[in-house]
Design a protein around this ligand. Structure first.
Ligand SMILES: [Zn+2]
Ligand SMILES: [Zn+2]
Length: 272
């Protein structure tokens, strides 16, 4: 056997854990998105500012030329800033037409963020629609959530691979139907963008209480918080995660920049 003891069959590398303009503009936390590996399939989700630099700085480096797809949950810059350069890197400067690009229509057209010339470099473009799928990428089947309440087209993503589901709940205001919508996919892992600690300004983002509500309703085996704004960071996300873990009796993690989530290990630990 060609042994690679480091081989992880399903994993998520957090190339950033920050969110919101302030945290991202000052890079208090990085904002490179998530590099997902499902077997041999590699997908980069939400390549925000610094995504390419972060990907290449990892040891071992993430190789854009090996990506099967780039996905945007929505077009806001903290999720999409590096999409054009990532497309160039994935397609060897546009010389090798390869890879897929999945994004909401408003990220691709009109005041979209993916430049028309870069769109021509990829092999396939899928415009994400609410509650749809599967969109197939390599060995992975991807389904979208219902439309989020956010100022631009925003969809959650469910990644299904080998009887396991990883769900990503991106930015948006909490509403009750989210619980049933995400719960229906029975995620093993639920990654949530918890930007705010408490809602002081009534914005289209989850607070910690909203996230708690969602976890209680969806009951994933493992919940991961990320995309932290200033107030969340002040509250020490790992501490908040530990408290919730004790209260709810399931695994809750707070993402760090560069954190590698080995899904097999995390889910197995809970199941055992
Ligand atoms: Zn946003
Ligand atoms: Zn965001």
């Amino acid at each position: 056997m060609v042994g690679n003891s480091q081989h992880v069959s399903q994993s998520i590398l957090f190339l950033g854990s920050g969110g919101a303009r302030f945290v991202v503009a000052r890079q208090i936390r990085a904002s490179g998105g998530m590099w997902m590996r499902y077997g041999r399939t590699q997908i980069h989700v939400d390549p925000g500012p610094g995504a390419l630099v972060r990907a290449l700085s990892e040891i071992p480096a993430c190789v854009p030329g090996e990506l099967d797809a780039l996905i945007l949950s929505h077009k806001h810059l903290d999720h999409s800033n590096d999409i054009n350069i990532m497309i160039e890197a994935m397609t060897y400067g546009g010389f090798r037409k390869r890879g897929a690009l999945l994004a909401p229509a408003d990220a691709l057209r009109g005041e979209g963020v993916v430049l028309p010339y870069a769109q021509r470099f990829v092999e396939r473009i899928e415009e994400l629609k609410p509650s749809s799928g599967p969109y197939t990428v390599g060995e992975v089947e991807i389904y979208t959530s219902c439309a989020h309440m956010h100022s631009v087209q925003t969809y959650g993503l469910h990644f299904k691979h080998q009887a396991r589901t990883v769900s990503y709940l991106p930015c948006g205001r909490f509403f009750n139907e989210m619980i049933g919508d995400y719960g229906a996919h029975r995620p093993d892992v639920l990654i949530m963008n918890v930007l705010r600690y408490r809602d002081a300004m009534d914005v289209d983002h989850l607070t910690l209480d909203d996230a708690t509500h969602l976890i209680e309703g969806v009951r994933p085996k493992v919940a991961v918080f990320q995309h932290f704004g200033t107030k969340m960071l002040e509250q020490d996300p790992p501490k908040l995660a530990r408290k919730l873990e004790d209260r709810l009796g399931l695994r809750v993690l707070a993402a760090r920049d560069g954190m590698l989530l080995d899904i097999d290990t995390e889910v197995a630990a809970v199941a055992g």
